[in-house]
Design a protein around this ligand. Sequence first.
Ligand code: 3H9
Length: 700
Amino acid sequence: MTEMVRVSITSGVAVVTIDNPPVNALSPGVPEGVSAAIDRAERDPAVSAVLIMGAGRTFVAGADIKQLEEHAHGRSSSAPNLHGLLKQIEDCTKPVVMALHGTALGGGLELAMAGHYRVASPDAQAGQPEVNLGIIPGAEGTQRLPRLIGVAAAIDMLVSGRPVKAPEAARLGLFDKIIEGDLQSGGVAFALEASKYGKRHKTRERNEKLGTLQSNADLFASGREQARKTRRNQTAPLAAIDALEAAVALPFDEGCRKEREIAEQCLASEQARALIHAFFAERAVSKIRGISKDTRTYPIRRAAILGSGTMGGGIAMALANAGIAVIVKDSDQQALDRGMHTVRQNYEASVSKGRFTREVMDERLALILPQLTYEGFESVDLIIEAVFENMALKRQVFAEIDKIARPECILATNTSTLNIDEIADATVRPHMVVGTHFFSPAHVMRLLEIVRGSRTSNEVIATALALAKQLRKVGVVVGNCRGFVGNRMMLPYMREAHFLAEEGATPAQVDRALQDFGMAMGIFAVEDMGGIDLSWRVRHEYKHLEKPGERVPLVLEKLYHLGRLGQKSGAGWYRYEADRKPIPDPEVERLIEKTAKEAGIPRRAISDEEIIERCIYIMINEGARILEEGHAQRAGDIDTIYLAGYGFPAYRGGPMWYADTVGLDKILNRIRAFRWEPSSLLKRLVEEGNTFAGFDAARA
Ligand code: 3H9
């Protein structure tokens, strides 16, 4: 046994407990410990059955991803290998029962499927989320899963990566029994019963749900179609289906060999390295210099929001969804009614899609209290301001709430562009003022930029991070600079797209090239969604920062003055019909051509490669500036922002990770060729032969 695996004997059942916090990953030592425990149980005449479970909050959440990362980068030759252990478990002459709670994921579920039976607590979930890491199950999961639940359900689990909850798992045949009450005693009783039954269920021998290549042909075809649609450009989901097909076509051992081959190829891929980076980058964002686990946080039980517009309503829903009671204040009854109507409509839509029940909707709605006054503001723990983006108005609002709120109440602003310190100056508690930059729709989007003002206290930042977790969002701490991180990088990206159009690319070509690159949406479609008036306003707000003679986007002005404000007016860069799909508009193309001609901008054919280089590299250059100025703590934080909030393809790891994969020297050369001013950090990293990942590692 190892320290990570304990064994105790209860009523003749060897209870094997895997104890490798925080999530009982199968790190070196765990498989060896389980193997030794099985070996001992097999030889001990006093033992009639084995029960394997996890200590703490979960069963096994998979292989150790750190170990996979080492292997993916070629820094270690030993990938985790569970095959011997799984065979040993399945061949054990005494029944082996797996008792699952929390999350049995990846290698955890693969381990469980090698057991003769699976029992689970009602809250347990099981899944094969490997595709989220760019890999496929590599411990016989693609071979055992279809044997237990059939090909259709297996395709769904493998391609979506989505875990199934206990009742569904039981219905599918993945769990044999749900145990209410104490899992260990229920598991021991089940194991004793199984030992009397004699016959053991070896999953590898269960072929009744497999069918044939022919009978499953349609399922494989539609699975592949689904994979191409929902996981655009990703290799692992298709590879997982190939491995599943091998389960149907080949005897178990040969299928496993095929799975191993495919799993190795996936693990060695650029996509796996990028997705594994994204996994750890997202978990690193909460590690902030100066803030530790002991940093005090303020409890957030009740909150208030100022403003019932799209953002205010969305934030109210995000809070209510996490069980936080929230007052929504507006100064205008009609606006308040409109806002609450939208909130209700959004909830109704979720109910009709089956996301939750009407009772849940009613509970959430009951937590949202619309009103016109400041009544109750004196007792809330957090006030989030979401009024119109105007400094004078925000300062006035902050001065007012500062007088009403109790001293321990956090005052947050949802500004996306304004200076937090200037807003904080309107209060006598600048240490309690923070930016909470939500993304629209705020009840859906995972990203939350937490903007640290120069006087924001560590306790307030720690509370905002905890709140993000409570809201199931990814909170990333950013500095108080123009546009913070996400929008600051987005602005030059958007401008460059405008220039490309002026020089000869159509908006549709730019958007298609970006989507082929993997962006969730093209930048012109994004701009139409946000509103041309918004882009116009932002540009004019910062017009004074434009240098004399600097090139500025020209068509934007024209669209704005023509009232082509984007989706909301039915036309912007594109035109729109009821389904809101962007339709290329020859009128806009003529307008662009005319504008370019008047400005003397020569038009030419522009390659997709140039579009990607100019749009993405300019973003990377700005990201590097943000890093050198310390407005983001890590390149990985910037990546997380772009993955969680801006539709950057996760399989490229985020813009800074992508830059490393292209090569910083190449990026610098292209930046020089485009006659942009390169960031000094980028120049320094190239001189040192370093990468953004290296920059992060040195500061960890
Ligand atoms: C696999 O199994 C391949 C097999 O097919 C092949 C076998 C041969 N390894 O997310 P949290 C760390 S692939 C190492 O904040 P939560 C995480 O980094 C794997 N570390 O907690 C963090 O560390 P820190 C398939 C792991 O409660 C801490 O645990 N499995 C692993 O919000 C807490 O994590 C998966 O893809 C791991 N497997 O969520 C599951 N998992 O505190 C990946 C977590 O230092 N994990 N850590 O920052 C998850 O989805 C979530 O972590 C989980 C808990 C739902 C388990």
